[in-house]
Each structure stands twice: as C-alpha cells, then as structure tokens.
Design a protein around this ligand. Sequence first.
Ligand code: AMP
Length: 483
Amino acid sequence: MTHTQDGAVSAQPEPSGAPKPTFSTLGLIPELLRAVADQGYTEPTPIQVKAIPLILQHRDVMGAAQTGTGKTAGFMLPLLQFLAPQASTSPSPARHPIRVLVLTPTRELAAQVEESARTYSKYIPLRTAVVYGGVDISPQMKQLHAGVEILVATPGRLLDHLHQKSVNLSRVEFLVLDEADRMLDMGFIPDIKRILSVLPSQRQNLLFSATFPDEVRRLAKELLRSPVTIEVAPRNAPADLVTHQVHLVPLLKKRSLLVRLIRSRDMRQVLIFVRMKRDANRLARQLQQDGVVAKEIHSDRTQAERMQALEDFKQGKVPVLVATDIAARGLDIEELPFVINFELPHTPEDYVHRIGRTGRAGLPGEAISLVSPDEVKFLEDIERMLKRKLPQAPVPDSLADSRHPQRPRETRREREPRRPPARAPHPPRTQPAAQPSPSGFDFSKPYEPSSPKPEPAAAPPTHGRHHRPTAALLGGGPVKREK
Ligand code: AMP
C-alpha cells in the first residue's frame, strides 16, 4: 500500500506472477463460496479482489468504481461474512437488529443491491429489506418491525422511517454509501448527513463513487477513517467493447432515422436516451404510433411503472426503452446490445455514463448517436474528452440535410471494427484487462466530471424554427427528488 496526498492509503496491484486469486483465497466462508458458485461466478472481478480482503480487515474503503464492475459483491460478501456468526433463525425481532445499512441514490439500484444481498446470503439465516419512496410505507414498516440485519435504502424514505420511528439504526456497524456522486447530483448530501448523525460513531464505512467531485471528497473525508482507496476500470472499458457511430441528421428527421435503424438492424433491445422527461414520454408515444413497442423510464414515473418498464425491457417484452440520464443510472441490464443517443448529452461525462449501459459484462455493444446541427458542439466536446473522432455513418439521402454537409468520412485506420450482427451469439464472458485506449484516453481511471448535472429542467437555447430542439418545444419539469 502507498500513502496518497489525502493521507489515505492506496491498495497496490498484485505482483505479476502471483497465483490468480479465487473467492476462497480471498478468505470467504463456505456458505458464501457456495452462493457465488450458484451464481456462476468463476473468479472474483478486480474490485472484488481488492475490496474483499480490505473490508475483512475492517478497513474503511473509498472505492472508485462504477456499477457493472461487480462492486456490490465486493462489499456485500465480506459484510455478510461479518454478520454470519450471529445469524439466527429466531423469530424474535430483537435477534435481528439492523447491522448493515446501504444507502443508494435510486430505487432501482436499491432494489438491485438488496436482491444481491439476498442472493449471496441464501445459505446464511440473515434477513434483508429495501426501503424506497413512491410506494406504500406500511409494508416496509411491518418488515422493519419484524427485524432485518441488512437494510438497503434511498435517503428520503429512510428519513421518513426515522421520523415515524419505524426504524432503529442504533445497532448499525457497517455503512455503505453507494454511487456517492449520484447522491450529490440528486441533492441527497444533506439527507445523508442527517442519517449519519443518528448512527453509532463506532462503525466501518465504505464509500463507492464513479467520479470524485470536491463535495464527494469532502464527504469521504468526514465519513471515512484512515481509508484505503481502491480504483478499478469499468469492467467494460468503452474502448474495448463498445463501437461508436454518429449519424449527422436534421432534427426533424431524427425520428424517421431512429425507426429505420431499429427496423433495419433488427434491434430487439435498445435503450434510447433523451435529455428531458417530457421528451422521453413523447418519443415513446411517437414510436408506438410508428409501430415500435416502446416504454419510457424517468423519475416522474411511479416506482411501480419504472419497475414494470424495466422488467418488461429486461425480459424482452418491450424492445425499446426511452430513458433520461438520471433514470438510467445504475441500471444493470445484462447483454444490452444497443444504446442510442436520440439527443446528445450536454456534458461529455454523461456520454460515457450512457454508453456504459452497453458492452457490459464482457459483451460487445454499439452506441449510436443521432446528432442534429445544433448538437455538433456537444459532439466535439465528447470527441475532445475521448481524444478521438467518433466514426460517422452515412444517412440515407432522403433523411440527409443539404444545408448540413456530412463530415469527411474517417479513414480506414480510424474506422471502428464492425460489431457482430444484432443477436449473434455473444463471445464467451471474459474480463478485458484495464488498459489505456489506443486514443490515449485512459479508461482505467474514473474521469473527472466538469459539472455533474441533474435532469435538466430548462429548455436549451433555440436557433431558428426548423432547428429548434424538441426539448424547447416541450419545456421540462424540475428535478424530482427520490423519496
Ligand atoms: P455490480 O457492479 O455489482 O452491479 O455487478 C454487475 C454484474 O456483475 C451483476 O450482474 C453481477 O451479478 C455480476 N457479477 C458480480 N461479480 C461477478 C463475478 N465475480 N463474476 C461474474 N459476474 C459477476
């Protein structure tokens, strides 16, 4: 380990030539080894290799890792191991105090984390619960009253339970803050501080974040005691697995091109990004009118609607999901082959977050962007950050804009390798090694955001009738806090 400027220590990589770590060499108990084997995990991911031994040594950890790296098992497995000796089948609530508290920014992530906790603890008599807003609080109260050892919560709803005295956090020994940067984006830091104030001061703290803006660093400093920092590349570094394609297209022809792409490429599972909630509603509705089965997911939908849309999408019942940036954070959709940016994000970091939804778990993916003339500046920002030009695909003449000439095509050397056809069998799951991309952009390091943004509420500036972005016609609502 080496010391960093913050006084924290940084975990060092395994010396090359050392035997490959396995879950059992990481020191996990047989009940957990059986549970991970049941999941088909053959070897730990890089973050698991780093995090599990440190957490088992009772160290506070600051982890730079995105969803998709296997971080949930990275923190959950050692925490379950700590809980195992006192696990009990007793019906008495007193025997099931909350000992692990995991805070997440979104309901979807909370549900996923709780599901993981349940999966990994299947051979240990431990109880888990998840509480988030947007649903009836009474069943949650009942479940908390009966006693659970592991509680996963979004901050707003947890505060509701604290106010109603339906949750007792006085026995918490382990706290996990997941996706701390999203917590910051969504305005949760004050809520988190309120929650921290009621926790016992003696506890082990783990904080995970994809990016580390100043406020997250400050929070980490307040929260963590002599932390060890660990850092891993996204399991699916964009450079390795995702091919990019840009279509320059007039705004008013985007939808025709979108429908044409979905049909001609036989896309059976595609996540489409827009910037504003109302645009997500509108585009999903319009696609339905065009005969494409589509649903939208954003933070104004009820929890039940969001879960249903996601489930239908995961199961392939709905091939097209239209999402805003915030709604898609933390979504773990296995084997998602396509992401389409119907509108480019206004910050290049969001492009990386968006395309991180595809190419996951070692499988290839394709990121397609429909770029109208007023968005070229955002494309240039993205290319500047990635230090490469994104390959441009031709647009059919009927959809092209004579006033907006296509950029010169890339040379053969710049062109990306073609991905396999839409539903071709995926290659075996392998974990790509963390490596800088040929462009020089270092994907092994979490990027530093310029300014993380919530779902935008205001319409962007407009220039001329025909090039007026859809968003400007529709306006947008303020960011809804998760509760
Ligand atoms: P997470 O980053 O925790 O959201 O995990 C992303 C995905 O990786 C989940 O679908 C996990 O089930 C899966 N996963 C976690 N650990 C492993 C592993 N060691 N081997 C294979 N898949 C894993």
